[in-house]
Design a protein around this ligand. Structure first.
Ligand SMILES: NC(=O)c1ccc[n+]([C@@H]2O[C@H](COP(=O)([O-])OP(=O)(O)OC[C@H]3O[C@@H](n4cnc5c(N)ncnc54)[C@H](OP(=O)(O)O)[C@@H]3O)[C@@H](O)[C@H]2O)c1
Length: 315
């Protein structure tokens, strides 16, 4: 039998944070985690959508324990505020799913002047994870799941001299860079957990092709971009449902046999049940990770140092 939500162990007593939990894969991830008994913090930008998403989960799981926290990943101030709210309410966080994302938009900037796709998909999640680190380290064996895409294969590692692609912007180039950054971030975080000798785990997931709002939004934002329309048509006709597409990230977050550094994805690349896939693109991996860390800390002004966080918890 293929892995499905019936395989999720009881998550009673666990706290999970899901970004972009107001729609698409994030909503289905929140639904699956709440259905297994976790308290789910739905970190979301559009608050009307978040309220509707909360209502939708309650219709499936009437006793779901849910909380909405406003989060705009395109603003470091909002990320800080969201993290402060979460930390004030929760001593420990067992699961963090860095899911929210935008795809192939025209060139735009975040509130802090970052290229939008790198800023929202990676830098915002980098800062959020860094802020939440103390609560993640207080859990017995927290899991952090980064959601990437097959598009990471076409991405170039971040260039420290031009992370925001000034003068060389391409809608898909920027998406590929951001999704490769998600991948490098997840592997780098796992290496830091291991080096610090703590039980927390960082895993990677990609949902294949899923029929969510991602493609429709990129078509609308690019006023009918050709490649965007192609993927929208493909996702509407052949894409998995959001619930099926969310399974790789749900499995990465909850399967007791899953380990740090592993990568979960649909069996047939874009479709199929969630399975563990090999990590490819190992050449230059260590250098790309260290460069990404330097760039992320420099741009956000936020340090993500697992050893230091561990020391300050034990001192
Ligand atoms: N669907 C696919 O086929 C596919 C394939 C590969 C990878 N992915 C990845 O899967 C993840 C989820 O995407 P999806 O398919 O579920 O798309 P979706 O339905 O468009 O959902 C995207 C989510 O990201 C949130 N978001 C966007 N900008 C944000 C910001 N600045 N701050 C906070 N939240 C923001 C959206 O919230 P608002 O509505 O409030 O904007 C929404 O909740 C993304 O990382 C995407 O790259 C999806």
């Amino acid at each position: 039998m293929s892995w499905n939500t019936n395989d999720i162990p009881s998550l009673s007593g666990r706290t999970a944070v899901v970004t972009g939990a107001n729609g698409g894969l994030g909503l289905e991830t929140a639904r699956a985690l709440a259905g297994a008994g976790a308290h789910v913090v739905m970190a979301a930008r559009d608050q009307e959508k978040a309220a509707a998403a909360q209502q939708s989960i309650r219709e499936t799981h009437p006793s779901a324990s849910l909380e909405i926290v406003a989060l705009d990943l395109g603003s470091l101030a909002s990320v800080r505020e969201a993290a402060d709210r979460i930390l004030a309410a929760h001593d420990k966080i067992d699961i963090l799913v860095n899911n929210a994302g935008v795809m192939a938009l025209p060139q735009r900037k975040t509130a802090d002047g970052f290229e939008m796709q790198f800023g929202v998909n990676h830098l915002g999640h980098f800062a959020l994870t860094a802020h939440l680190l103390p609560a993640l380290l207080r859990a017995d064996a927290a899991r952090v799941v980064s959601v990437t895409s097959t598009a990471h294969h076409m991405g170039r590692a971040v260039d420290p001299k031009n992370p925001h692609l000034e003068g060389s912007y391409g809608e898909w180039k920027a998406y590929g860079q951001s999704k490769l950054a998600n991948f490098h971030f997840a592997v780098g975080l796992q290496r830091r957990f291991e080096a610090a000798g703590i039980a927390a785990a960082s895993l990677i997931a990609h949902p294949g092709l899923s029929d969510t709002d991602l493609q429709a939004t990129s078509v609308a934002e690019t006023e009918g971009g050709f490649v965007q329309r192609f993927f929208h048509g493909l996702a509407s006709s052949t894409g998995m449902t959001p619930a099926a597409g969310a399974l790789p990230q749900v499995r990465a977050a909850t399967d007791p046999s899953a380990k740090g550094g592993e990568f979960y994805a649909p069996r047939f690349v874009n479709n199929g049940p969630p399975v563990r896939r090999p990590i490819l693109r190992r050449i230059g991996l260590s250098k790309a990770i260290e460069t990404l860390w330097e760039v992320s800390e420099r741009e956000t002004g936020v340090t993500l140092d697992v050893e230091a966080a561990k020391r300050s918890l034990t001192s």
